[in-house]
Design a protein. Structure first.
Length: 255
Protein backbone atom coordinates (compact mmCIF):
# COMPACT_ATOMS: atom_id res chain seq x y z
CA UNK A 1 0.00 0.00 0.00
CA UNK A 2 1.27 3.47 -0.88
CA UNK A 3 2.24 5.45 2.24
CA UNK A 4 0.21 8.39 0.91
CA UNK A 5 -2.97 6.40 1.54
CA UNK A 6 -2.11 5.77 5.20
CA UNK A 7 -3.57 8.24 7.68
CA UNK A 8 -2.79 8.54 11.37
CA UNK A 9 -5.79 8.84 13.69
CA UNK A 10 -5.96 10.60 17.04
CA UNK A 11 -4.86 8.44 19.97
CA UNK A 12 -4.19 8.73 23.66
CA UNK A 13 -0.55 8.21 24.77
CA UNK A 14 0.19 4.45 24.92
CA UNK A 15 0.99 4.30 28.63
CA UNK A 16 1.87 0.79 29.72
CA UNK A 17 -0.75 -0.14 32.27
CA UNK A 18 -2.99 2.68 31.06
CA UNK A 19 -4.29 5.57 33.17
CA UNK A 20 -7.53 7.08 34.43
CA UNK A 21 -8.79 10.63 33.92
CA UNK A 22 -11.13 12.91 35.87
CA UNK A 23 -12.13 16.57 35.47
CA UNK A 24 -13.05 19.18 38.09
CA UNK A 25 -14.94 22.35 37.21
CA UNK A 26 -13.72 25.77 38.32
CA UNK A 27 -14.72 26.74 41.83
CA UNK A 28 -14.31 30.28 43.15
CA UNK A 29 -10.75 31.41 42.45
CA UNK A 30 -9.64 27.81 41.87
CA UNK A 31 -9.34 26.86 38.19
CA UNK A 32 -10.88 23.81 36.62
CA UNK A 33 -8.56 20.82 36.59
CA UNK A 34 -7.99 17.62 34.66
CA UNK A 35 -6.39 14.78 36.60
CA UNK A 36 -4.62 11.73 35.19
CA UNK A 37 -3.85 8.81 37.45
CA UNK A 38 -1.32 6.03 36.86
CA UNK A 39 -1.12 3.39 39.58
CA UNK A 40 0.76 0.10 39.87
CA UNK A 41 -1.17 -3.04 39.02
CA UNK A 42 -2.76 -5.04 41.82
CA UNK A 43 -3.79 -4.09 45.32
CA UNK A 44 -1.84 -1.34 47.07
CA UNK A 45 0.25 -2.25 50.11
CA UNK A 46 -1.34 -1.71 53.52
CA UNK A 47 0.27 1.71 53.92
CA UNK A 48 -0.40 2.71 50.29
CA UNK A 49 1.93 3.61 47.43
CA UNK A 50 4.28 6.58 47.33
CA UNK A 51 2.64 9.39 45.35
CA UNK A 52 4.07 11.95 42.94
CA UNK A 53 1.69 14.77 41.99
CA UNK A 54 2.93 16.40 38.78
CA UNK A 55 1.74 19.94 38.10
CA UNK A 56 1.27 20.95 34.46
CA UNK A 57 0.39 17.36 33.80
CA UNK A 58 -0.48 18.06 30.18
CA UNK A 59 3.25 18.51 29.59
CA UNK A 60 4.89 16.11 32.06
CA UNK A 61 2.46 13.42 33.26
CA UNK A 62 3.00 10.96 30.42
CA UNK A 63 6.79 11.09 30.70
CA UNK A 64 6.72 10.88 34.52
CA UNK A 65 4.21 8.01 34.65
CA UNK A 66 5.95 5.92 32.01
CA UNK A 67 9.37 6.55 33.55
CA UNK A 68 8.05 5.51 36.98
CA UNK A 69 6.51 2.33 35.64
CA UNK A 70 9.61 1.33 33.67
CA UNK A 71 12.06 2.00 36.50
CA UNK A 72 9.89 0.09 38.99
CA UNK A 73 10.51 -3.12 37.04
CA UNK A 74 14.02 -3.40 38.55
CA UNK A 75 13.97 -1.50 41.84
CA UNK A 76 17.22 -3.08 43.04
CA UNK A 77 19.02 -1.34 40.18
CA UNK A 78 16.97 1.82 39.72
CA UNK A 79 16.09 2.51 43.38
CA UNK A 80 12.54 3.22 42.24
CA UNK A 81 9.76 0.93 43.44
CA UNK A 82 6.08 0.92 42.49
CA UNK A 83 4.48 4.32 42.97
CA UNK A 84 1.40 6.28 41.96
CA UNK A 85 1.78 9.23 39.61
CA UNK A 86 -0.97 11.83 39.28
CA UNK A 87 -0.91 14.60 36.68
CA UNK A 88 -2.74 17.85 37.36
CA UNK A 89 -3.52 20.11 34.40
CA UNK A 90 -5.21 23.50 34.49
CA UNK A 91 -8.36 23.87 32.41
CA UNK A 92 -7.61 25.39 28.97
CA UNK A 93 -9.32 28.66 29.90
CA UNK A 94 -7.30 29.13 33.12
CA UNK A 95 -4.75 31.94 33.31
CA UNK A 96 -1.52 30.04 33.98
CA UNK A 97 0.56 32.72 35.71
CA UNK A 98 -2.25 33.75 38.03
CA UNK A 99 -3.19 30.15 38.82
CA UNK A 100 0.29 29.44 40.21
CA UNK A 101 1.09 32.88 41.67
CA UNK A 102 0.82 33.77 45.36
CA UNK A 103 1.68 37.46 44.92
CA UNK A 104 0.69 39.93 42.16
CA UNK A 105 2.99 40.41 39.20
CA UNK A 106 3.04 41.39 35.55
CA UNK A 107 2.97 39.21 32.46
CA UNK A 108 5.17 39.74 29.40
CA UNK A 109 2.75 42.34 28.12
CA UNK A 110 2.95 44.34 31.34
CA UNK A 111 -0.57 43.43 32.46
CA UNK A 112 -1.11 42.87 36.17
CA UNK A 113 -1.67 39.24 37.12
CA UNK A 114 -3.95 38.55 40.08
CA UNK A 115 -2.65 35.72 42.30
CA UNK A 116 -4.88 32.68 42.61
CA UNK A 117 -2.29 30.22 43.88
CA UNK A 118 -3.79 29.94 47.37
CA UNK A 119 -7.08 28.72 45.91
CA UNK A 120 -5.30 26.13 43.77
CA UNK A 121 -3.28 24.93 46.76
CA UNK A 122 -6.45 24.57 48.81
CA UNK A 123 -7.99 22.48 46.05
CA UNK A 124 -4.93 20.23 45.89
CA UNK A 125 -5.08 19.71 49.65
CA UNK A 126 -8.83 19.30 50.04
CA UNK A 127 -9.79 17.54 46.80
CA UNK A 128 -6.84 16.11 44.88
CA UNK A 129 -4.75 14.59 47.68
CA UNK A 130 -7.73 12.82 49.36
CA UNK A 131 -8.75 11.44 45.96
CA UNK A 132 -5.29 9.97 45.44
CA UNK A 133 -5.46 8.41 48.91
CA UNK A 134 -8.82 6.90 48.07
CA UNK A 135 -7.20 5.14 45.10
CA UNK A 136 -4.31 3.74 47.12
CA UNK A 137 -1.75 6.49 47.77
CA UNK A 138 0.03 6.88 51.10
CA UNK A 139 -0.51 10.50 52.26
CA UNK A 140 2.63 10.25 54.40
CA UNK A 141 4.69 9.69 51.23
CA UNK A 142 3.15 12.27 48.91
CA UNK A 143 5.39 14.53 46.84
CA UNK A 144 4.57 17.62 44.75
CA UNK A 145 6.51 18.45 41.56
CA UNK A 146 6.42 21.60 39.45
CA UNK A 147 8.47 23.36 36.77
CA UNK A 148 9.02 27.04 36.10
CA UNK A 149 5.99 28.93 37.48
CA UNK A 150 4.51 25.72 38.86
CA UNK A 151 7.94 25.06 40.41
CA UNK A 152 7.60 28.41 42.17
CA UNK A 153 4.15 27.25 43.29
CA UNK A 154 5.83 24.20 44.86
CA UNK A 155 8.13 26.48 46.88
CA UNK A 156 5.20 28.67 47.95
CA UNK A 157 3.30 25.55 49.03
CA UNK A 158 6.28 24.38 51.09
CA UNK A 159 6.58 27.82 52.69
CA UNK A 160 2.97 27.40 53.85
CA UNK A 161 3.60 23.92 55.30
CA UNK A 162 1.36 22.18 52.77
CA UNK A 163 0.84 18.52 53.77
CA UNK A 164 3.23 16.92 51.30
CA UNK A 165 6.20 14.91 52.48
CA UNK A 166 8.51 16.08 49.71
CA UNK A 167 8.70 18.93 47.23
CA UNK A 168 10.46 18.92 43.83
CA UNK A 169 11.04 22.33 42.24
CA UNK A 170 12.50 22.24 38.73
CA UNK A 171 13.77 25.61 37.41
CA UNK A 172 11.35 27.49 39.69
CA UNK A 173 10.47 31.10 38.78
CA UNK A 174 11.87 32.54 41.99
CA UNK A 175 12.20 35.92 40.24
CA UNK A 176 8.41 36.28 40.54
CA UNK A 177 8.65 36.41 44.35
CA UNK A 178 12.25 36.24 45.71
CA UNK A 179 11.10 36.42 49.38
CA UNK A 180 9.99 32.79 48.97
CA UNK A 181 13.63 31.90 49.70
CA UNK A 182 13.52 33.36 53.22
CA UNK A 183 10.00 31.97 53.73
CA UNK A 184 11.13 28.34 53.51
CA UNK A 185 10.64 26.44 56.79
CA UNK A 186 13.76 25.98 58.88
CA UNK A 187 13.60 22.21 59.01
CA UNK A 188 16.53 21.29 56.83
CA UNK A 189 16.46 20.59 53.13
CA UNK A 190 16.01 16.81 53.06
CA UNK A 191 12.43 17.13 51.85
CA UNK A 192 13.27 19.56 49.04
CA UNK A 193 14.60 18.63 45.58
CA UNK A 194 16.08 21.49 43.56
CA UNK A 195 17.35 21.33 40.01
CA UNK A 196 17.95 23.71 37.11
CA UNK A 197 19.55 23.57 33.67
CA UNK A 198 23.06 25.00 33.43
CA UNK A 199 22.08 26.80 30.22
CA UNK A 200 19.32 28.78 31.96
CA UNK A 201 21.79 31.45 33.01
CA UNK A 202 24.33 31.14 30.20
CA UNK A 203 26.28 34.35 29.44
CA UNK A 204 24.95 34.62 25.88
CA UNK A 205 21.29 34.89 26.87
CA UNK A 206 19.40 38.19 26.49
CA UNK A 207 19.53 40.58 29.44
CA UNK A 208 15.92 40.01 30.56
CA UNK A 209 16.58 36.26 30.83
CA UNK A 210 19.78 36.75 32.79
CA UNK A 211 17.98 39.16 35.13
CA UNK A 212 15.80 36.28 36.28
CA UNK A 213 18.86 34.62 37.89
CA UNK A 214 17.49 31.13 37.25
CA UNK A 215 20.65 29.41 38.52
CA UNK A 216 21.82 32.06 41.00
CA UNK A 217 18.47 32.19 42.79
CA UNK A 218 18.53 28.44 43.25
CA UNK A 219 22.06 28.61 44.61
CA UNK A 220 20.80 31.13 47.17
CA UNK A 221 17.85 28.90 48.03
CA UNK A 222 20.08 25.85 48.37
CA UNK A 223 22.36 27.72 50.77
CA UNK A 224 19.47 29.07 52.82
CA UNK A 225 17.50 25.82 53.03
CA UNK A 226 20.29 23.26 53.18
CA UNK A 227 18.76 21.43 50.23
CA UNK A 228 21.07 19.91 47.65
CA UNK A 229 21.04 21.57 44.23
CA UNK A 230 21.61 19.69 40.97
CA UNK A 231 22.70 21.83 38.02
CA UNK A 232 22.07 19.82 34.86
CA UNK A 233 24.91 20.20 32.37
CA UNK A 234 23.84 21.11 28.82
CA UNK A 235 20.15 21.37 29.79
CA UNK A 236 17.95 24.43 29.31
CA UNK A 237 14.64 25.60 30.72
CA UNK A 238 12.60 23.36 28.44
CA UNK A 239 14.66 20.19 28.81
CA UNK A 240 15.34 20.34 32.57
CA UNK A 241 12.09 18.68 33.75
CA UNK A 242 12.57 15.69 31.46
CA UNK A 243 16.26 15.29 32.26
CA UNK A 244 15.53 15.36 35.99
CA UNK A 245 12.70 12.79 36.08
CA UNK A 246 14.74 9.72 37.14
CA UNK A 247 16.32 11.66 40.00
CA UNK A 248 12.93 13.00 41.10
CA UNK A 249 11.46 9.50 41.11
CA UNK A 250 14.37 8.26 43.26
CA UNK A 251 13.76 11.24 45.56
CA UNK A 252 10.09 10.25 45.95
CA UNK A 253 10.90 6.56 46.38
CA UNK A 254 13.32 7.30 49.22
CA UNK A 255 10.59 8.67 51.49
Amino acid sequence: MDSASRVFSSSSPPLSGGCRALSFGAEGDAPGLTLWLSAPEGEPPAEGWPLLIVLEGEAYFTAAAECARRLARRPQKTRVGPMMVMGVALAPDAERLGAFAFVPGADKGGRTVAPRGPALLQRLIEDVLPLAVRYGADPARAALMGHSMSGQFVLEARARSAPFKRFAAVSPSIWWNPPVIAAQPQQGGSGLFLTVGAEEEAPGLPGPHLARRMVSNLRDLSTASGAALTILADEDHGSAPFASLPAILRFVAST
